[in-house]
Design a protein around this ligand. Structure first.
Ligand code: SPV
Ligand code: MG
Length: 317
């Protein structure tokens, strides 16, 4: 029987992402750290959701340094995949250990309906790419082993494994980034993500000019944000990740509203700027619940007369 409340299309997420990669044009996804954020991304028209390690860590009040366990991150990523119809791409940091950990991780993320996993070539525990100081790259061969492990562990054919190159983040040049990217393509990755932290897109554009494998390239224009998704696509990028914009928007919006309420002693001044409760109910799926209530929630008529409840063990005629 078809369920009216089947909001999860998770098992198809990986196939849908493959379709997006096969179609012409750029794929734009945006970071989220809970199902509400994922629904806002979907409602805005993004092609998918980035289950961001930075956002999820920040939402727990923690630094993005592999402090959360795989299970904690998976629980959020899976709940997002279950809440939206667009594909969810999971940021899986450095894979939570060695190739063994990566194999278990891939199977768990695949079962939870994630469309892709991204693993980065840094040592565990990793540090967010924008934090100055230690950014320690894993050995290239060791990371190729993780990619091969990931591809051998997936049960279906659709889940994509994105190999994230952190060479530019760790202070190496384009040559090292290309050398690693080509090795990761050879190891069986489905796409490479070239990460960079400068204000200019030039290193990423140069990487794409010299990129020879046919594998698609993914980019994250957090710091070099003046370039458009279309321009990045024209230069060779297939997917653009806006990794943390919802989180950062939320921090400012919430702080301004909280300050205004305390300053004014009431919320009247900001009522026009905050979402009405009707929007909250809509995003929660209240309309679907009401539909299901009409069909399925039944109440037997209360029995007439006083109810006689037998004592435990008492035999009734
Ligand atoms: C994340 O969103 O957690 C990412 C992207 O990995 S970044 O923070 O840009 O490294
Ligand atoms: Mg991350």
């Amino acid at each position: 029987m078809k369920s009216v409340d089947r909001v999860s299309h998770a098992p198809e997420g990986a196939a849908e992402l493959r379709e997006l990669f096969a179609r012409p044009g750029v794929i734009r996804i945006v970071g989220a750290h809970n199902p509400l954020g994922a629904r806002l991304a979907e409602r805005a028209g993004f092609d998918g959701v980035w289950s961001s390690g930075l956002e999820i860590s920040a939402s727990q009040g923690l630094p993005d340094t592999d402090l959360l366990t795989m299970s904690e991150l998976l629980s959020v990523a899976g709940s997002m995949a279950a809440a939206v119809e667009v594909p969810v791409v999971a940021d899986c940091d450095a894979g939570y250990g060695n190739a063994h950990n990566v194999m278990r991780m891939v199977q768990r993320y695949e079962s939870a309906g994630l469309a892709a996993v991204s693993i980065e070539d840094k040592v565990f525990p990793k540090v967010n790419s924008f934090i100055p100081g230690r950014q320690q790259l894993a050995g290239m061969d060791e990371f190729c082993g993780k990619i091969e492990a990931a591809k051998s562990a997936q049960r279906g054919t659709d889940l994509m494994v994105i190999a994230r190159i952190e060479a530019l983040i760790a202070g190496h040049g384009i040559d090292e980034a290309l050398r690693r990217g080509e090795a990761y393509a050879e190891a069986g990755a489905d796409a490479v993500l070239i990460h960079a932290k400068g204000n200019s897109p030039e290193p990423v554009l140069e990487f794409m000019r010299q990129w020879r494998p046919t594998l698609p390239v993914v980019v994250v224009p957090t710091t070099y944000h003046t370039i458009t998704a279309e321009e990045l696509h024209g230069a060779g990028a297939k997917m653009v990740i806006y990794a943390n914009h919802g989180l950062r928007a939320g921090i400012n919006a919430v702080s301004e509203v909280f300050d205004a309420i305390l300053d004014e002693g009431r919320s009247t001044g900001i009522e026009g700027r905050i979402a009405p409760l009707a929007t909250v109910f809509e995003l929660q799926g209240m309309a679907r619940l009401k539909e299901a209530e009409k069909r399925f929630v039944r109440h037997d008529a209360p029995p007439t007369g006083a109810a006689v409840v037998p004592e435990a063990g008492q035999v009734t005629a």
